[in-house]
Design a protein around this ligand. Structure first.
Ligand code: SF4
Length: 334
């Protein structure tokens, strides 16, 4: 499946819930958002059906996101079902790590191939400030557990914010020295219920992060990584890798091989596009698989060249996140 810019789509990110057990300030207001009723969220059979259709269209990799996917009680069934889908080669999960120990063994047995654990600070007070909950030790234990249990890929996602955790860059990169994991620094993005972004003060560019890493480890070499890991390095004596994800500067759009499905069953062809293609009612009306495939084809065909164009097109069409009731990153799927 290719788009008009020659990009082949082989990766789907599926948000399985809008709910989360943290309240990160850059993502959600303290009181949470108006979560949609359960009947609006896709059931696991519906999600697995979509994965089956996509696999037949050439998608090879699935990532479950949220909200926090481990608050979904049937998450293991979703992972098992995806692993068993012919054509799917990799099934990954992005989690905040709080409930990971409860599921780790079952996730490993189900065949989960990768775990990304989000952690923005290694300081207990700052953890409470950014997430509005306790839990730093739990998250650190989850990273250790994922490594000890031998999950094939373990990554730590760090949203780097100037004036908040930029001074912890070295503490995070040092994790890659002793452990077989990738520490990924992600540029802060303009989605937050509390509009922290509007101040602009927290933005640290990918370029500035790369410079800091090169200064910390003179002679550090580029290493192979995934397509969104635009900058990826491995130090000489490091077991793991360090990556920088230009999520806001969007220099990786030319390689974008992904599509998103929201928890309530809409397709988004770009993180920066507010246009959605609805699947839920179609599926519930008893449609054929081909009809689901057609909606994906349309979404792929209309994907813009990059995130800047997507944003522009959404504004031109006056699609506003508020109008479609999305005020938090958890509703888009991160
Ligand atoms: S900004 Fe859009 S096109 Fe670019 S990588 Fe993200 S999802 Fe893909």
């Amino acid at each position: 499946m290719q788009d008009r810019f020659g990009r082949t789509f082989d990766y789907v990110r599926i948000a399985v819930t809008e709910k989360c057990n943290l309240r990160c300030t850059y993502c959600m207001p303290e009181e949470g958002v108006d979560f949609q009723g359960k009947e609006k969220i896709l059931h696991s059979e519906e999600t697995l059906r979509i994965i089956g259709v996509l696999a037949r269209m050439g998608v090879k990799k699935v990532r479950f996101t949220g909200g926090e996917p481990l608050v979904r009680k049937d998450i293991v069934d979703l992972i098992e079902g995806s692993v068993a889908t012919p054509g799917i080669k990799a099934v990954h999960l992005t989690t905040n790590g709080l409930l990971f120990d409860r599921y780790a063994q079952r996730l490993r047995d189900a065949g989960l191939t990768g775990v990304n654990i989000s952690l923005d600070t290694l300081d207990a007070d700052k953890f409470v400030r950014i997430t509005r909950r306790e839990g730093l030790e739990k998250v650190k234990d989850s990273i250790k557990l994922a490594l000890d249990m031998g999950f094939p890929r373990v990554k730590v996602n760090v949203v780097l914010m100037r004036g908040f955790n930029e001074d912890e860059l070295k503490d995070f990169t040092e994790m890659a020295r002793d452990h077989r994991l990738t520490v990924r620094f992600i540029e802060f993005m303009p989605f937050d219920g509390h509009q922290i972004w509007e101040t602009g003060g927290h933005f640290a560019s990918a370029e500035s992060l790369v410079k800091q890493i090169e200064t910390l480890y003179p002679g550090i070499q580029p290493a192979p990584g995934t397509r969104t890991e635009h900058h990826i390095f491995q130090g000489n004596d490091h077991q793991g890798k360090i990556a920088v994800i230009p999520a806001f500067t969007r220099s990786m759009c030319g390689n974008c091989s992904r599509i998103r499905v929201t928890a309530d069953g809409n397709i988004r062809n770009c993180l920066y596009s507010d246009k959605e293609y609805s699947l839920r009612e179609l599926i519930r009306s008893g449609c054929k698989d081909d009809e689901i495939a057609d909606v994906f084809r349309k979404a792929f065909a209309e994907k813009e060249k990059d995130g800047f164009e997507s944003k522009k097109a959404s504004s031109a069409q006056r699609v506003a996140v508020e109008d479609i009731g999305r005020v938090s990153m958890t509703q888009i799927g991160g």
